[in-house]
Design a protein around this ligand. Structure first.
Ligand SMILES: [Zn+2]
Length: 278
């Protein structure tokens, strides 16, 4: 997909299965199970859609999925499967050393697990020449998560980057390459960031966990994982209409069937109209 001089692709780090109740918050199961059928352990399937962006001569990656550092028990709990991000990148001729910038929207393991990899028993940056960009507030929180969210944070996904001097911490909104804008959008965490791509008069918006899957377009469908659900609600009311009315391409991090779509209003509801990106 091209937006003027900017080019982007959706690259996968496979699938993860999370508890359906946690994914849909206060929404009763009889409603959500129609949209996302659970398995015998009440888990629903999520994609881990990452973005490969070529802009201003830079090779940029948004999110790195769950990565490959997990033991058998963890892989079983989350039913991790599918392609690894580095293999998906290879299909576009991109090797780990070619990546200039990695953006993590936040530091939950299913968004930044592929930041690092184990090499000769040591945790090292997966993308050796990249600088990794995270909101400072998110990084600070990841160092001291609460009892409620610490299961999502694994220091091996970001502490080795800090130690190697590869981490760039930002505060608030930043343009990091031509047409690539990071926008702080709190709710899921206090300092999550979304990514807006612009070129040739067109835009795309990576919602991260503000709207992880199509069903979350409905305003009350907010994940139980969110630390500030009412802030998520406010930001959904702000960003969904903006993306819909301006015909920006919505990019949905966890939707396996609809990773990219236009958002349309039909009978007072937001719906997705899939867009083919690759
Ligand atoms: Zn998250």
């Amino acid at each position: 997909m091209k937006l003027g001089d900017l080019e982007f692709h959706i690259v996968s780090d496979g699938r993860v299965w999370l508890d359906g109740g946690a994914m849909f918050g206060v929404v009763p199961k009889p409603l959500w199970e129609k949209k996302a059928p659970p398995d015998a352990r009440n888990r629903v399937e999520l994609a881990m859609n990452c973005l490969l962006i070529l802009a201003g001569g830079k090779c940029i990656l948004v999110e790195t999925g769950a990565g490959g550092k997990h033991d058998a028990k963890f892989r079983d709990i989350y039913a991790l499967s599918g392609p690894r991000l580095t293999n998906s990148l290879r299909e576009y001729g991109v090797r780990p050393e070619n990546v200039d910038i990695v953006i993590n929207t936040h530091l939950h393991f299913d968004h930044c697990g592929g930041n690092t990899a184990v090499e000769n028993g040591k945790v090292v940056p997966t993308f050796p020449n990249a600088r990794y960009i995270v909101q400072k507030g998110e990084f600070d929180h990841a160092g001291q998560p609460t009892e409620r969210d610490r299961a999502s944070y694994f220091p091996d996904n970001y502490v080795p980057l800090d130690a190697a001097g590869k981490l760039t911490l930002i505060e608030g909104d930043h343009l990091i390459a031509p047409g690539v804008e990071l926008i702080r959008v709190p709710g899921h965490t206090a300092d999550m960031q979304c990514v807006k791509l612009t070129g040739g008069g067109k835009s795309a918006f990576f919602f991260a966990d503000l709207v992880p899957m199509t069903p979350h377009l409905a305003l009350p469908w907010i994940m139980a994982y969110d630390l500030f659900p009412l802030t998520t609600l406010e930001n959904k009311k702000k960003w969904i209409p903006l993306v819909a009315r301006n015909e920006w391409i919505a990019l949905l991090v966890h939707d396996a069937a609809v990773p990219a779509a236009y958002i349309r209003e039909r009978n007072g509801r937001w719906e997705t109209e899939p867009v083919k990106v690759d």
